[in-house]
Design a protein around this ligand. Sequence first.
Ligand SMILES: [Zn+2]
Length: 176
Amino acid sequence: MNCPRTGKPMEEIEIGGVKVDVSTGCGGIFFDNFEFKKFDEPFEAPGEELIAASQKYSDESVDTSPRIHCPHHPDCVMMRHSFSVKQAVEIDECPQCGGIWLDPGELGKVRALFPSEEAKSRAADEMFEKMFQSPEMQAMKSKSDADLAKAKRFARMFRFICPSNYIPGKQDWGAF
Ligand SMILES: [Zn+2]
Protein backbone atom coordinates (compact mmCIF):
# COMPACT_ATOMS: atom_id res chain seq x y z
CA MET A 1 0.00 0.00 0.00
CA ASN A 2 1.37 3.40 -0.95
CA CYS A 3 0.84 6.86 0.46
CA PRO A 4 -1.99 8.65 -1.39
CA ARG A 5 -0.08 11.94 -1.21
CA THR A 6 3.51 11.02 -1.96
CA GLY A 7 3.33 7.54 -3.52
CA LYS A 8 5.90 6.31 -1.00
CA PRO A 9 5.31 3.04 0.86
CA MET A 10 3.10 3.00 3.93
CA GLU A 11 4.61 1.40 7.02
CA GLU A 12 2.26 -0.66 9.14
CA ILE A 13 2.70 -0.14 12.85
CA GLU A 14 0.78 -1.57 15.77
CA ILE A 15 -0.07 0.74 18.62
CA GLY A 16 -2.25 -0.25 21.53
CA GLY A 17 -3.38 -3.36 19.67
CA VAL A 18 -4.54 -1.33 16.68
CA LYS A 19 -2.77 -1.39 13.33
CA VAL A 20 -2.32 1.87 11.51
CA ASP A 21 -0.39 2.73 8.37
CA VAL A 22 2.06 5.62 8.45
CA SER A 23 3.37 7.20 5.25
CA THR A 24 7.13 7.01 4.96
CA GLY A 25 6.87 9.97 2.58
CA CYS A 26 4.99 12.54 4.66
CA GLY A 27 3.99 11.04 8.00
CA GLY A 28 0.29 10.96 7.07
CA ILE A 29 -1.73 8.25 8.78
CA PHE A 30 -4.31 5.84 7.38
CA PHE A 31 -6.82 4.20 9.71
CA ASP A 32 -8.83 1.46 8.13
CA ASN A 33 -12.41 0.92 9.07
CA PHE A 34 -11.85 -2.60 10.32
CA GLU A 35 -9.40 -1.28 12.88
CA PHE A 36 -11.95 1.25 14.08
CA LYS A 37 -14.37 -1.52 14.95
CA LYS A 38 -11.92 -2.67 17.59
CA PHE A 39 -12.20 0.72 19.24
CA ASP A 40 -15.51 -0.28 20.80
CA GLU A 41 -13.46 -1.79 23.58
CA PRO A 42 -12.05 0.69 26.09
CA PHE A 43 -8.45 1.49 25.38
CA GLU A 44 -5.72 3.79 26.51
CA ALA A 45 -5.23 6.39 23.79
CA PRO A 46 -1.71 5.86 22.48
CA GLY A 47 -1.39 9.36 21.14
CA GLU A 48 2.26 9.92 22.02
CA GLU A 49 3.40 6.76 20.31
CA LEU A 50 1.40 7.52 17.20
CA ILE A 51 2.68 11.07 17.05
CA ALA A 52 6.27 9.86 17.38
CA ALA A 53 5.74 7.40 14.54
CA SER A 54 4.27 10.09 12.33
CA GLN A 55 6.95 12.64 13.20
CA LYS A 56 9.65 10.22 12.14
CA TYR A 57 8.54 10.73 8.53
CA SER A 58 6.77 14.04 8.83
CA ASP A 59 7.06 16.35 5.87
CA GLU A 60 4.66 19.21 6.25
CA SER A 61 5.85 20.81 3.04
CA VAL A 62 3.72 18.28 1.15
CA ASP A 63 0.75 20.02 -0.45
CA THR A 64 -2.28 18.69 1.40
CA SER A 65 -4.85 20.63 -0.59
CA PRO A 66 -5.48 18.13 -3.42
CA ARG A 67 -8.17 15.53 -2.89
CA ILE A 68 -6.67 12.08 -2.46
CA HIS A 69 -7.60 8.55 -3.44
CA CYS A 70 -8.08 5.84 -0.83
CA PRO A 71 -4.90 3.75 -0.45
CA HIS A 72 -7.12 0.65 -0.36
CA HIS A 73 -9.35 1.74 -3.23
CA PRO A 74 -7.36 3.77 -5.73
CA ASP A 75 -10.55 4.37 -7.75
CA CYS A 76 -12.21 6.04 -4.81
CA VAL A 77 -11.77 9.75 -4.09
CA MET A 78 -11.81 10.34 -0.36
CA MET A 79 -14.40 12.78 1.00
CA ARG A 80 -13.16 15.68 3.03
CA HIS A 81 -14.69 16.54 6.38
CA SER A 82 -13.88 19.69 8.21
CA PHE A 83 -14.19 19.91 11.97
CA SER A 84 -14.14 23.20 13.74
CA VAL A 85 -12.10 23.29 16.89
CA LYS A 86 -9.64 26.04 17.82
CA GLN A 87 -8.07 25.31 14.49
CA ALA A 88 -9.91 23.61 11.68
CA VAL A 89 -9.09 19.94 11.41
CA GLU A 90 -9.75 18.32 8.07
CA ILE A 91 -9.88 14.60 7.60
CA ASP A 92 -10.41 12.53 4.48
CA GLU A 93 -12.70 9.53 4.46
CA CYS A 94 -13.11 6.79 1.85
CA PRO A 95 -16.82 6.51 1.03
CA GLN A 96 -16.31 2.87 0.06
CA CYS A 97 -14.41 1.38 3.01
CA GLY A 98 -14.70 4.08 5.69
CA GLY A 99 -10.92 4.38 5.95
CA ILE A 100 -9.69 7.71 7.30
CA TRP A 101 -6.63 9.64 6.22
CA LEU A 102 -5.03 12.20 8.46
CA ASP A 103 -2.32 14.52 7.15
CA PRO A 104 0.64 15.09 9.47
CA GLY A 105 -0.34 18.76 9.76
CA GLU A 106 -3.72 17.70 11.13
CA LEU A 107 -2.16 15.55 13.81
CA GLY A 108 -0.01 18.53 14.78
CA LYS A 109 -3.09 20.76 15.00
CA VAL A 110 -4.89 18.44 17.37
CA ARG A 111 -1.75 18.20 19.46
CA ALA A 112 -1.28 21.98 19.48
CA LEU A 113 -4.63 22.29 21.21
CA PHE A 114 -2.98 21.02 24.37
CA PRO A 115 -0.06 23.37 24.97
CA SER A 116 0.34 22.97 28.71
CA GLU A 117 0.00 20.40 31.42
CA GLU A 118 -2.35 22.51 33.47
CA ALA A 119 -6.00 22.63 32.58
CA LYS A 120 -5.42 19.79 30.20
CA SER A 121 -8.62 17.97 30.99
CA ARG A 122 -10.60 21.17 30.67
CA ALA A 123 -8.93 21.88 27.34
CA ALA A 124 -9.73 18.38 26.15
CA ASP A 125 -13.35 18.70 27.19
CA GLU A 126 -13.65 22.04 25.45
CA MET A 127 -12.10 20.70 22.33
CA PHE A 128 -14.38 17.72 22.16
CA GLU A 129 -17.42 19.78 22.97
CA LYS A 130 -16.63 22.08 20.06
CA MET A 131 -15.82 19.15 17.85
CA PHE A 132 -19.18 17.55 18.45
CA GLN A 133 -21.06 20.78 18.11
CA SER A 134 -19.59 21.31 14.67
CA PRO A 135 -22.20 21.43 11.88
CA GLU A 136 -20.55 18.39 10.36
CA MET A 137 -21.06 16.22 13.46
CA GLN A 138 -24.54 17.59 14.16
CA ALA A 139 -25.58 16.74 10.62
CA MET A 140 -24.37 13.18 11.07
CA LYS A 141 -26.08 12.79 14.41
CA SER A 142 -29.40 14.02 13.12
CA LYS A 143 -29.50 11.73 10.12
CA SER A 144 -29.46 7.96 9.80
CA ASP A 145 -27.96 5.27 11.97
CA ALA A 146 -25.20 4.99 9.41
CA ASP A 147 -24.33 8.64 9.88
CA LEU A 148 -24.33 8.29 13.64
CA ALA A 149 -22.03 5.29 13.31
CA LYS A 150 -19.76 7.41 11.16
CA ALA A 151 -19.74 10.21 13.72
CA LYS A 152 -18.78 7.70 16.39
CA ARG A 153 -16.00 6.38 14.21
CA PHE A 154 -14.59 9.87 13.83
CA ALA A 155 -14.91 10.39 17.56
CA ARG A 156 -12.90 7.24 18.21
CA MET A 157 -10.26 8.34 15.76
CA PHE A 158 -9.90 11.69 17.52
CA ARG A 159 -9.72 9.97 20.84
CA PHE A 160 -7.11 7.58 19.51
CA ILE A 161 -4.83 10.36 18.34
CA CYS A 162 -5.11 12.34 21.56
CA PRO A 163 -2.14 12.04 23.90
CA SER A 164 -3.16 9.60 26.58
CA ASN A 165 -3.29 12.22 29.33
CA TYR A 166 -5.91 14.15 27.48
CA ILE A 167 -8.71 11.66 27.09
CA PRO A 168 -11.85 13.68 27.52
CA GLY A 169 -15.03 12.69 29.33
CA LYS A 170 -18.01 10.93 27.88
CA GLN A 171 -20.13 12.55 25.25
CA ASP A 172 -23.84 12.53 26.01
CA TRP A 173 -24.65 10.51 22.93
CA GLY A 174 -22.17 7.79 23.70
CA ALA A 175 -19.37 8.54 21.27
CA PHE A 176 -16.88 7.07 23.68
ZN1 LIG B 1 -11.30 2.72 0.70
